[in-house]
Design a protein around this ligand. Structure first.
Ligand code: NAI
Length: 344
């Protein structure tokens, strides 16, 4: 069976890492037909909206989307195209697995998943200035929006994820000791949801600052972390630092009807057009897509090949201390999958 998936190559390094990813998926025999669409700066340069209706229709139709990083032009009327996309499809769960691949780090076997609430908290975008005397911006205020509904569905998602993926423990991360209403509600709802999984999945809650320290001291104690929007954003970047940085950080944004797979990093305009970007994060996001499509074995083969190439260290990109181009790295992964890596 061939799956049709919306593909947005994106801006900056997006097209190059997307091509590398597609070549590897094709070589792995992934039965996917790509419905190519535009968004962001690329769409604007071609005279279209930043989020063209055709792109939204395609995602709605196909329900799965692989997306390269998008640049939001300054003054475009959007705070962020990525946030707009998440809002449009109500992609409430941002799942970011952190797994060791690169050798030489402090930890060799990190394997944890951060489930971040993606629509509420301080990132809901409710903020304003308050003028005083002659200063129209004397005070700035942001609202941390936490709802019972949003808290319930994200914690429930984390537990269901844990069950489906053979995980043992869910850690709810919060700051309820200080933010007693907002974070207090998140914690209270989470504790209620956890009761439904007692005996099946272990549950604990932790304060966010202590969690940040513990992640560095001993990441092995974590399995699935569920948290609100901004804490999840920060902790997932921190966690990616435990396994070699953003170059290895894939993510998926999940809603009731649509799932959007992407690298955590941005469009890296500083290295765009030079064929030196590391395509691994987008490739690992594509592997998450394969898992979702039930093509788990294909995803594993690609992950194993990436791991071997990165461990060998001969054909890695600059961010990993190598000199290989994006294309050379992709070729090495393909050769590894085909079993003639000794020629690399
Ligand atoms: P960035 O993640 O694009 O770049 C940060 C640093 O990491 C840069 O030095 C860059 O060269 C490097 N880097 C990132 N990805 C890399 C890769 N695959 N290989 C090698 N090096 C890599 O963050 P920045 O510069 O803050 O944002 C640039 C643009 O990307 C902005 O317009 C921002 O809005 C957008 N962005 C888009 C995201 C998305 O589409 N999900 C997420 C984050 C930012």
């Amino acid at each position: 069976m061939t799956h049709t998936v919306t593909l947005i190559p994106g801006d900056g390094i997006g097209p190059a890492i997307t091509e590398a990813t597609l070549q590897i998926l094709t070589a792995a025999g992934a039965p996917i037909e790509w419905d190519r669409q535009e968004a962001g700066l690329t769409a604007a340069e071609h005279g279209h909206d930043l989020l063209p209706q055709e792109t939204l229709d395609s995602i709605e139709r196909n329900r799965f989307c692989l997306k390269g990083p998008l640049t939001t032009p300054i003054g475009a009327g959007f705070r962020s195209i990525n946030v707009a996309l998440r809002k449009h499809f109500d992609l409430y769960a941002n799942v970011r697995p952190t797994k060791s691949i690169a050798p030489g780090g402090r930890y060799t076997d990190v394997d944890l998943v951060i489930v971040r609430e993606n629509t509420e908290g301080l990132y809901a975008g409710i903020e304003h200035y308050i003028g005083m005397r002659q200063d129209p911006r004397a005070v700035a205020e942001s609202v941390m929006l936490i709802t019972r509904y949003g808290s319930d569905r994200i914690v429930r998602y984390a537990f269901e994820y844990a069950l489906q993926h053979g995980r043992k423990k869910v850690t709810l991360v919060h700051k309820a000791n200080i933010l007693k209403y907002t974070q207090g509600l998140f914690l209270e709802v989470g504790q209620d949801v956890a009761k439904n999984y007692a005996g099946a999945i272990e549950f604990e809650d932790r304060i966010v600052d202590a969690t940040a320290m513990q992640l560095v001291l001993d990441p092995y104690q974590f399995d699935v972390i569920v948290t609100e929007n901004m804490f999840g954003d920060i902790l997932s970047d921190q966690a990616s630092g435990l396994v070699g940085g953003l170059g290895f950080a894939p993510g998926v944004n999940i809603g009731k009807d649509v799932a959007m797979f992407e690298a955590v990093h941005g469009s890296a305009p500083d290295i765009a057009g030079r064929n030196i970007a590391n395509p691994t994060a987008l490739l690992l996001a594509a592997c998450l897509l394969l898992d979702h499509l039930g093509l788990v074995e294909t995803g594993s083969r690609i992950r194993d090949a990436v791991k071997s190439v990165v461990h060998r260290g001969e054909k890695v990109t600059r961010d990993l201390g190598g000199t290989a181009t994006t294309t050379e790295f992709a070729d090495a992964v393909i050769r590894e999958m085909k079993g003639d890596a000794e020629d690399v």
